[in-house]
Design a protein around this ligand. Sequence first.
Ligand code: G6P
Length: 612
Amino acid sequence: MCGIVGYVGFQNVVPVLIGGLKTLEYRGYDSAGIATIAEDHLHLIRAKGKLRNLEEKINGHTPGSTIGIGHTRWATHGKPEEHNAHPHTDSRGGLAVVQNGIIENYVVLRYDLKDKGHSFNSQTDTEVIPHLIEEALLLERGNLLHAVLRAVRQLEGAFALVIISKEHPGELIAVRQQAPMVVGLGTKENFCSSDAIALVQHTQRILTLKDGEVARLTADSVNLYTFAGKPVHRYAQVLNWNRSQVEKQGFRHFMLKEIHEQPGVIRAALARHLVEDRVELPLPPKFLVGIDRIQIVACGTSWHAALVGKFLLEELAQIPTEVSYASEFRYAPPPMDASTLVLGVTQSGETQDTLSALDVAVKKGCKLLGITNRPESRLGHFIEELGPKRGALLDMGAGIEIGVAATKTFTAQLILFYLVALTLAALRRPEYEQAALLTALTQLPAQLELILDAQLAWITEKAHEVNHLHNFIFIGRGINYPVALEGALKLKEISYIPAMGYPAGEMKHGPIALLDSSCAVVAVAMPGRVYEKVLSNTQEAKARDAVLIGVTPRTALAEDTFDILLPVPEVHELVSPLITTVPLQLLAYFIAAHRGLDVDQPRNLAKSVTVE
Ligand code: G6P
């Protein structure tokens, strides 16, 4: 996790670093720091807590400089204290390093370095790196690139680094090994970062480093090398991102903006993939032929989307489908072979648990279909290397999501699951009539816009009314059970209120013991095969004094059953998750916003989890 940014060029570096770090704070925000070079000195400023603390500390106290590195941290080794914040320096205070990842052999390296007379000021794994480079510089006669290469060959783990040295004031070295690192190409200036998001303010031309590669950046040049020192040639890619995607555009929080972007996300996905009322996905020919089973691996919100996906794949395409937490799958994979399609679902394409699980599946001979919002991610590269017979990638195309709590990317994942399930259904069950479902999908954007326009004030008010409650239980059945899980996750992530998602029918087997007037039961009750069942489950809660909130169409029965109604239109049962999710996102958002919490960057979380 952690965010890294580096710059070398002609601009005053501090605003470039701070601007970049602001867009990267979603990766971690326990502490932050920058290092710059001016007047033959390395200048280091670090602060505990959020970026604004660093900004206050800098407040004009760094001399003008045109080269520097910055870091925002999500603590792994060592508490979030200033002395553990990056950048870390060598014994002479001559070179500075920022790192994202974990150096697994840092304990051994630290002992070795201590024996050689180095002393350490932090509890981090990172601090060994500047000391290793310091040693290597002696052996490489002061050549920074060669010294970094010598040092990284001694490191074990997953890491991305950027290094500057006061003896090399026009040079910046970036390193990638199983953690993201991109280089941004400018004119008489160059950039690097753990996420291209930090660079869109400055350039659209990007070079993505691959694992085991190093880049040497000066103001006028960028050269890539393998860890063995062999030069690498790669063409830049041009991003079609724009600045507005990383701005709030009048919304109080990115999360609220991203909730509002969902109708557009659905519309765009359907426009991309529906051709004359038929689904056409950009997959290699016959990629989905000959599949007997599907295994999905994912984490967090992506795992919830996968549960909806399982329902659709089994119902529409009649393919047995399993969903596993990536972190569990890796160490206990089920039997699989070439007839198993493994679906890896990861918004960021960088979640280490998911990537490790997919590696296990591929080694067992499975085909891999990736679903990601970031095709340039590690998942994208992994699939590219597999080749079109073994791997394919579907781009969610939701645009950059900045809020740590996933919203529009959940919706984008769901849409792709509908389209994959319909594609497989067309192959395996040509008799299945797709028209009704496709019509229902195309009607969704307008229906969601109505909810967002007409009900925003209502949900704000209702969120205020339930703000004092201590405990929320979200219930749903069938295809809306994962929506209950996602509703609970959103609430706990951003409001810190204990919340759980449960299959409605299971409530009586345990959670019912929690119910009293301090507890809310939020029921997702959509007309269809389990509608009456969910309503009767809510009656069990009502009899125990819980406050009942219903995400359901407005009917006399619903008015009578629920204390608070968050009404949604009646839709085709199978598309209902796309409509029922939105009021739950808004409920969580307004509860957290009323509490004055940092909705976009909730405590302890990071948007992309690149450690296991
Ligand atoms: C983190 C984020 C979640 C996300 C999960 C999986 O926990 O905070 O919002 O759902 O990672 O991320 P991925 O990028 O793999 O979908």
